[in-house]
Every structure is written in structure tokens, then in C-alpha cells.
Design a protein around this ligand. Structure first.
Ligand code: PEP
Ligand code: MN
Length: 281
């Protein structure tokens, strides 16, 4: 007999769609992530200075983003690269929330830091490199904050859903999945954004699925096209890196949009999203 997808994903029973389970809506401040409204998270890769963060926050809010992103703890490939401002960065994010009204998503890299990051952030981000760090998944789940779980760069969709299962199993139903590109034989761009994973995950799971075309491409000039494709493919939202001065960014400047490019992209999303049944605020 042919194996059904329920057999294939048997290790992740709670993340799967079934007749009893409704689509998961993740409440964050006054937002409903995974509902009718298309949600955009935007901001710099790293929190660098108060000025940089506030300037970028004001730009993305005016363009229509609802959530501000920014890393205070940065998983850098090089030990000599900027590692993030840590607690000072978290405090800047909290001030940016106060001034802009935007919700905050930021990465947590270690289970020891979970209580501190959870005190300042509205959503905890688990990065691609930590998708299978089960101690961290458990600690993040137990914080009670919603978790943005990024797909591991070498994870299959089944691996990805198993990690989401780990968070659900630790008592936290508020998981947002994020496709951020995987490693393939194609090396032209930084990663291969798996757009098809969006409808696949929507078919399999009741959890919201976002796309991150910034890390998915690594190049500013490719972000718009992949963002538009992700919206058209039915993503519940986007994660986009935007910087007030990307050429001087301390991390991921090459893939960060200029504020005007982000505003242009948001105006395109306002046209595409309604065609696939989404409201844009
Ligand atoms: C980030 O969001 O800046 C980041 C490091 O993402 P990823 O874990 O997908 O590389
Ligand atoms: Mn980044």
C-alpha cells in the first residue's frame, strides 16, 4: 500500500492538519498571525545603534510592517564578525517597541538566554543553525512566548515539522514556521528559497508559514521577486531585512533593502495579497 503523508510525518502528530484542529492563529499584541491579515516582519539583521534601529523602525512602520526584527544575539559564521549587542540590543528593541508600537521579534541562541530575551521580545526567533537544538527548542517553548522557527538550511520538511512538534510537545502552541532557504547544489545565490515548501506545509500543517527572501537569496536585487512569489504562493507573512544605510550595515548589508525599496515592495504586496485571499492593513 502507498504510504500516506500521515505515515511519513507520524513523528509530528500535533503539527499535522486534521479534522479536529483548526488553523493556528498566533496572537501577538493586537495582531493575529496566521489569520486573514498578511503580516510583515521587517528590520535590520543586527541591532547596531539606537539611531539605526529607530530610523529603520520608523521607515518600516510607515511602509506598513507590523513587526520589527533585529538581532541582539547574532550567530555569525566567522568568530571575528560582529556578534551583536546582547542585552543592550534587547533594551533598544524594547524602546523601539514603545516608540513605534511595532511588536518585536529577535533571535535567541542559547537556552540560558531564553528568560532574558523573553522579557524583552514578543516573539522568540530560533535561527536556521539551531533548528535541531532541542534543549533550546524546549526552553523557548517553555518561555510561553510565540516562537518563530526557521527551517534548518539542510533540513527536509519532515525534519522541520519534527522540530515544531518538539515546541508543541513542550506546551507551546504558538509556533510560526519560516522558510529561509536551504543548501542545494545551486550556489549562485546564498541559499535556494524553497517556495514550494509554502503550499506543501500549508497542506500538511495548521501552523502559519512565513518566508524570508533576504536570507533565502542573500542579494538585495533578488529579494523583491522572491517576496512577491512567496506572497502569491500563499505565505502567511514575510520576514525582510531592511536597513537605513545597508552599505554600512554590520551584518547582511548585501541582502538588506533600502527603505525606499521596502516601501515599493509593500505597495506590490498590497496588490498581490488580496488576489490570494489576504487582507493587508
Ligand atoms: C537572521 O534572521 O538574521 C538570521 C541569522 O537568520 P537565519 O537563522 O535564517 O540565518
Ligand atoms: Mn541576517
Amino acid at each position: 500500500m502507498r504510504e500516506s503523508w500521515h505515515d511519513r510525518f507520524a513523528e509530528s502528530p500535533d503539527v499535522l492538519k486534521c479534522a479536529r484542529r483548526r488553523q493556528t492563529i498566533v496572537p501577538v499584541l493586537d495582531l493575529e498571525i496566521g489569520g486573514d491579515e498578511f503580516i510583515t516582519m521587517a528590520g535590520p539583521c543586527s541591532v547596531e545603534t539606537e539611531f539605526q534601529l529607530m530610523a529603520t523602525a520608523n521607515h518600516v512602520r510607515r511602509a506598513g510592517a507590523q513587526i520589527l526584527r533585529g538581532g541582539a544575539f547574532k550567530p555569525r559564521s566567522s568568530p571575528y564578525a560582529f556578534q551583536g549587542l546582547g542585552l543592550d540590543g534587547l533594551k533598544m528593541l524594547a524602546r523601539a517597541r514603545e516608540e513605534s508600537g511595532l511588536a518585536i521579534v529577535t533571535e535567541v541562541m542559547s537556552e540560558d538566554d531564553v528568560p532574558m530575551v523573553a522579557e524583552y521580545a514578543d516573539i522568540l526567533q530560533i535561527g536556521t543553525r539551531n533548528m535541531e537544538n532541542y534543549a533550546l527548542l524546549e526552553a523557548a517553548a517553555r518561555s510561553g512566548r510565540p516562537v518563530l522557527l526557521k527551517r534548518g538550511m539542510v533540513a527536509t520538511i519532515a525534519d522541520f515539522l519534527r522540530s515544531a512538534q518538539c515546541i508543541l510537545d513542550n506546551g507551546n502552541a504558538h509556533v510560526i514556521l519560516c522558510e529561509r532557504g536551504i543548501r542545494t547544489f545551486e550556489t549562485y545565490l546564498r541559499n535556494t528559497l524553497d517556495i514550494a515548501a509554502i503550499p506543501v506545509i500549508q497542506k500538511l500543517s495548521h501552523l502559519p508559514i512565513f518566508a524570508d527572501p533576504s536570507h533565502g537569496t542573500g542579494r538585495r536585487d533578488k529579494v523583491g521577486a522572491m517576496a512577491r512569489a512567496a506572497v502569491a504562493a500563499g505565505a502567511d507573512g514575510l520576514l525582510i531585512e531592511v536597513h537605513n544605510d545597508p552599505d554600512h550595515a554590520l551584518s547582511d548589508g548585501a541582502q538588506s533593502l533600502e527603505p525606499t525599496q521596502f516601501a515599493q515592495l509593500m505597495s506590490e504586496i498590497r496588490i498581490i495579497a488580496p488576489a490570494v485571499g489576504r487582507r493587508v492593513a
